[in-house]
Design a protein around this ligand. Structure first.
Ligand SMILES: NC(=O)c1ccc[n+]([C@@H]2O[C@H](COP(=O)([O-])OP(=O)(O)OC[C@H]3O[C@@H](n4cnc5c(N)ncnc54)[C@H](O)[C@@H]3O)[C@@H](O)[C@H]2O)c1
Length: 339
């Protein structure tokens, strides 16, 4: 593998963990971190307060100046929180050092509030001269990747060459990467699953048990597949690592902040109270609002998203939502899914 010069935009848990993986693979990596204090800590202590188990390799350079990170680096990993991706790319374009034709890897998960855009749409809109865009997604809590536990992800792009290049850049004996040509499906799976993670947390908060959670997860998969189909994504993608795989991990894991947020709401807290108790981003909340609108615009039936929207934004008691979900018109399991 030829070492590449890579800029990592975002030195949070996932950005720093992916940067460490790239450094282990002998690439020349520079992280741009938005918060000067976090950048300073990354640089001097080689660690993150939010992920103490990760040791940042000495070979990784850290900067708080976007222009420095982008200079001479035509492979750019975008991994800031989803609601900051547009501002980050707008600032990146203004630096004048973001080279046209650069390959961008998008690892942020979520849909933009207000526009409902995917991360790759935002990147292309803010920098039309960008080269290929590759989505990197799958079941991957930073806490476990940072402690060198095996993980499998998908590298997805309409350009097979670009997807394979990103596969080569990351792959190692503990970091397995598959390719896919369904970038939209992979991107939607990684974003929408956060809504069901919040919903699984609500089920935990209500102490409803494993059967309820399994039903929620699989019916969540059905409705996200329906929305994906309506937008042009392929059904099998949702049954792969970036769909079902990510749903399983995020709905079951103790590391999932979206699940934790849902648990707080399920046990009676308001959204504002639950958010106030969180220190890290929980993107399922904003994504729920986006998915609700996308589904409405396309006439797609997404009952779980609708109920989560009511719970989070209209104060509907979670128990009433469960009752309403259970007493809807009965139907065939695979109704509305392209097979
Ligand atoms: N943590 C994970 O396990 C994981 C796994 C896969 C994907 N992701 C995705 O990666 C993205 C980043 O998540 P994370 O876990 O690294 O976040 P994090 O909560 O650990 O860190 C957030 C980072 O964003 C920075 N930030 C805050 N405001 C900013 C702004 N206006 N512009 C740019 N940066 C800003 C903070 O300084 C911090 O470094 C998210 O979209 C998330 O869904 C996370």
């Amino acid at each position: 593998m030829t070492p590449e010069r890579i800029a990592v935009l975002g030195g949070g848990s996932w950005g720093a963990t992916l940067a460490a993986q790239l450094a282990l693979n002998k690439h020349d990596v520079m992280i741009w971190e938005f918060d000067p204090k976090v950048a300073e800590r990354l640089s001097t202590d080689r660690s993150l307060a939010t992920l103490p188990e990760l040791k940042i390799p000495e070979s990784i350079q850290i900067t708080n100046t976007l222009a420095d990170a982008l200079k001479g680096r035509r492979l750019v990993l975008s991994v800031t929180p989803s609601q900051t991706v547009r501002a980050t790319f707008q600032a990146a374009v203004k630096t004048g050092t973001f080279e046209p034709g650069s390959l961008v890897i998008s690892a942020s998960k979520g849909l933009e509030d207000g526009t409902f855009a995917t991360m790759s749409q935002i990147i292309r809109e803010t920098f039309p001269a960008v080269g290929d865009i590759v989505i990197l997604s799958g079941p991957s809590h930073a806490e476990e990747v940072a402690t060198r536990k095996p993980v499998a992800l998908v590298s997805a792009s309409s350009s097979q060459k670009a997807a394979e290049r990103v596969q080569d850049v990351f792959v190692s004996d503990l970091f397995r990467v598959y390719t896919s040509d369904d970038a939209l499906g992979v991107e939607l799976g990684g974003s929408l699953k956060n809504i069901y993670a919040v919903a699984c947390g609500v089920v935990d908060g209500l102490d409803l048990g494993d059967n309820t959670k399994a039903a929620l997860l699989t019916r969540g998969l059905a409705e996200m597949t329906r929305l994906g189909n309506a937008m042009g994504a392929k059904t099998p993608t949702f049954y792969g690592l970036s769909g079902l795989g990510d749903l399983i991990v995020t709905c079951g894991s103790r590391h999932s902040r979206n699940r934790l947020l849902g648990e707080k709401v399920g046990s009676g807290k308001t959204l504002a109270q639950a958010l106030g108790e969180m220190t890290m981003v929980a993107e399922g909340v904003v994504t729920c609002r986006a998915a609700q609108q996308l589904a409405q615009d396309r006439g797609v039936n997404m009952p779980i998203v609708n109920e989560m929207y009511q719970i989070l934004f209209a104060g509907k008691p979670a128990r009433d939502s469960i009752k309403d979900l259970m007493t809807r018109q009965t139907r065939a399991e695979m109704e509305g899914i392209v097979v």
